[in-house]
Design a protein around this ligand. Structure first.
Ligand code: ATP
Ligand code: MG
Length: 559
C-alpha cells in the first residue's frame, strides 16, 4: 500500500542537468566526482548523502568516482578515522576501485602552485599577525585595507616563501596570501591566506612540511590534479566559489573543475555535530561513536539499518539548493520498507510471563512448521518447538480486561500464533500480587492456529516454548534528545537529553532459531518490531538484539 504512494521522480535534479549540459557541449569527455572527507571523525547520515550523490552521478554518467582524504590539516587528523571512513563508504555501496587518494600526497604540487602564483605576481608573503589580517579585512559593508607587504617584489616573495618552507619562521609570523582584491564585495576574495606556517607533525608526511595550505587553496588544486570535473560540496561554500575559480584559472589548468553546491541533509531533532557526539561519548552517555542511538554510519549499521535503506532514504530526500530538514520517521520508513520482505518473522517475548496449558500432555513437545515470512514465500519455513509451558508477553494478559481488550483474560479464547486456540482459565500470583503463571486449555483440533469449526477468535498472540527458549537481551531506543524540550538547552546550549532513550530488557525469551543469530542478522520479532543482533555484545550464549524500528508509524510519504 505504502509503496504505491512513493512518487517516482523522473525529472533530473539540477546537478544532473549541469552535467548533461557539460557533456553535450563537450566540456569534459567523461565526468569525475569525488568524496573528500577530512579524516577527523566518523561519517554520519549527512555524509552518506554526499557519498551516494557523488558515486551515483559517476555511475549514471559512466564516469569516475574518487575517494580522497582531505588531510591537509595536521592538527585534527587521525589514522583510525581513515579506516573507519573507508569501511563506512564501502558498506554504503560506493566503490572507488583503485582511485584512493590523499590530499597530503600533493603537498609538493601545491607548493609549486604557490610558487607559480608568486612568479605571476598573484601572491605575496605577509607579515601581519592573524589579528591584524582580520582588522584589515574589512566587513560586509566596508572594503578592506591593503597589507603594507602587498607590494613586495617577486624575488623577495620567492625568497621568503622558500624560507617559510625551510622552517626559518615561527608559527603565525608569516603567511602567503593571494593577491586579489581588498575591495571585493566578497570577503573571501580579499587577499585570502593560502599558506600558513605550522610546525606540526602530519600523519602522512611526518615533519617534512612546516607550511600547510589553506582549504580554499588546496581543494581546487586537489580536484584539478585528479581530473575531477564536478566538485560537489555543500551550500556554505557558495561564497568561496569565486576563489575556487580564481585558483584554477590562475594556475592555468587545461580542464578546470567546477564547484557545484547543494543543500546539506539535516534530520529534525537529530544530533550530528561532532562536538556534541564527542561529549556524549566522553560523558559515557552513549557507548561509543557507534551507539545505536546516534546517526553515524557506524551507529546506523550497528542498529541494523541496511545500506539499501539508506540509499532509498537519500534518494527520497532529493538534491536541492535550499536547506531543509527531514524527519527521522522517513529514515524509519525506509528501513521498514526494506526489511518487510527480507527479514524472517520470528517469535520473541520481551516481557515474559509463563502460560501453562493444563490439558496438554505432560512431557510432550512438538515441532510446528511456521513460514518465515508470510508475504515472501521465498524465505521458506522453519520449525518452532511447542510444549505445555510457554512464555507470552505480560501485556497479553489482563485479569480484569479493559474495554475492547481482545487478548487473554479468564474465559476468553485467543489464537497462539501458528499453534492452537487456547482459552484462559485462571492465573496465579506471587506475594506482591504480580501475575506469575497463567493457566489455559487448548483445543487440539485447532492445530496451526486454524479454527476447527468456523468459530472465531479476536486476538492472536505470540509465544515461545519455555523448555527450549533462549534467554536474550533486547535494547529498545528512543531519541537521545528530548524533542518536547527542544534539542538544545536555551541557557547553555547543551543537549536536552531524554532519560528514556535506552530501555534494556534483560530477560527476554526467544525461539531457539534466534540463538544462532550472528552479528548484524536482522529479524522481525512479530508485533515487537525489527531487531538486529548487536555486533559487540551478542554472544552464542546470550544473544543481544537492538530494536531497529517498531512496526507501526503514522509516517506517510507524500503522494
Ligand atoms: P561535519 O562537521 O558535520 O562532520 P564536515 O563538512 O566537517 O561535516 P567533511 O569531512 O569536511 O565533514 O565532509 C566531507 C563531505 O561531506 C563534504 O563534501 C561535505 O560537504 C559533505 N557533507 C558534510 N555534512 C553533510 C551533510 N549534512 N549533508 C550533505 N553533505 C555533507
Ligand atoms: Mg569539515
Amino acid at each position: 500500500m505504502e509503496n504505491e504512494t512513493v512518487k517516482e521522480t523522473v525529472s533530473k535534479n539540477f546537478i544532473e542537468q549541469i552535467i548533461e549540459k557539460d557533456l553535450a557541449e563537450g566540456k569534459y569527455e567523461e565526468i569525475c566526482t569525488r568524496f573528500p572527507p577530512e579524516p577527523n571523525g566518523y561519517l554520519h547520515i549527512g555524509h552518506a548523502k554526499s557519498i551516494l550523490l557523488n558515486y551515483g552521478l559517476a555511475q549514471k554518467y559512466h564516469g569516475k568516482f574518487n575517494m580522497r582524504f582531505d588531510d591537509t590539516n595536521p592538527t585534527k587528523e587521525r589514522v583510525e578515522f581513515v579506516e573507519s571512513i573507508k569501511k563506512d563508504i564501502k558498506w554504503l555501496g560506493a566503490d572507488w576501485e583503485d582511485r584512493l587518494y590523499f590530499a597530503s600526497d600533493y603537498f609538493e604540487q601545491m607548493y609549486e602552485a604557490a610558487v607559480k602564483l608568486i612568479k605571476k605576481g598573484k601572491a605575496f608573503v605577509c607579515d601581519l599577525s592573524a589579528e591584524e589580517i582580520r582588522e584589515y579585512r574589512g566587513t560586509l559593508t566596508e572594503p578592506g585595507k591593503e597589507s603594507p607587504y602587498r607590494e613586495r617584489s617577486v624575488e623577495e616573495n620567492l625568497d621568503l616563501f622558500e624560507r617559510m618552507k625551510n622552517g626559518e619562521f615561527e608559527d603565525g609570523t608569516k603567511v602567503l596570501r593571494a593577491k586579489i582584491d581588498m575591495a571585493s564585495p566578497n570577503i573571501n576574495m580579499r587577499d585570502p591566506v593560502i599558506y600558513r606556517v605550522a610546525h606540526m607533525t602530519h600523519h602522512n608526511t611526518g615533519d617534512k612540511w612546516c607550511i600547510y595550505p589553506m582549504y580554499d587553496f588546496a581543494h581546487p588544486i586537489e580536484d584539478a590534479i585528479e581530473g575531477v570535473t564536478h566538485s560537489i560540496c555543500t551550500l556554505e561554500f557558495e561564497d568561496h566559489r569565486p576563489l575556487y575559480d580564481w585558483v584554477v584559472r590562475e594556475l592555468e589548468y587545461p580542464h578546470p573543475p567546477k564547484q557545484i553546491e547543494f543543500a546539506k541533509l539535516y534530520l529534525t531533532n537529530v544530533v550530528t555535530g561532532k562536538r556534541y557526539i564527542k561529549k556524549l561519548v566522553e560523558d559515557g552517555i552513549v557507548d561509543g561513536w557507534d551507539d545505536p542511538r546516534l546517526v553515524s554510519i557506524a551507529a546506523l549499521r550497528r542498529r541494523g539499518f541496511t545500506p539499501e535503506s539508506i540509499q532509498k532514504f537519500v534518494e527520497l530526500c532529493g538534491v536541492s539548493k535550499a536547506n531543509s530538514s527531514v524527519d527521522y520517521a522517513m529514515l524509519e520508513y525506509c528501513i521498514r520498507e526494506d526489511l518487510k520482505m527480507k527479514a524472517p518473522r520470528m517469535m520473541a517475548v520481551l516481557d515474559p510471563v509463563k502460560l501453562v496449558i493444563d490439558n496438554y500432555p505432560e512431557g510432550q513437545t512438538e515441532e510446528l512448521e511456521v513460514p518465515n515470512n508470510m508475504e515472501n514465500p521465498e524465505l521458506g519455513s522453519r520449525t518452532v518447538p511447542f510444549g505445555k509451558e510457554l512464555y507470552i508477553e505480560r501485556e497479553d494478559f489482563m485479569e480484569v480486561p479493559v474495554k475492547k481488550y481482545k487478548r487473554l483474560y479468564p474465559g476468553n479464547e485467543v489464537r497462539l500464533m501458528n499453534a492452537y486456540f487456547v482459552t484462559c482459565t485462571s492465573c496465579e500470583k506471587d506475594e506482591e500480587g504480580n501475575v506469575a503463571v497463567i493457566h489455559c486449555t487448548y483445543d487440539p483440533a485447532s492445530k496451526g492456529g486454524n479454527s476447527p469449526d468456523g468459530r472465531k477468535v479476536k486476538g492472536t498472540i505470540h509465544w515461545v516454548c519455555a523448555q527450549t527458549a533462549v534467554e536474550a537481551e533486547c535494547r529498545l531506543y528512543e531519541n537521545i534528545v528530548d524533542e518536547e524540550k527542544g534539542v538544545y538547552n536555551k541557557e547553555d546550549g547543551s543537549l536536552n537529553l531524554n532519560p528514556n532513550s535506552l530501555t534494556v530488557m534483560e530477560k527476554c525469551y526467544v525461539e531457539p532459531e534466534l540463538g544462532k543469530a550472528q552479528a548484524y542478522d536482522r529479524f522481525q520479532f512479530v508485533r515487537n518490531g525489527f531487531f538486529c543482533a548487536d555486533c559487540h555484545d551478542s554472544t552464542a550464549d546470550r544473544p543481544v538484539f537492538n530494536r531497529i524500528v517498531s512496526l507501526k508509524s503514522s509516517f506517510k510519504l507524500n503522494p
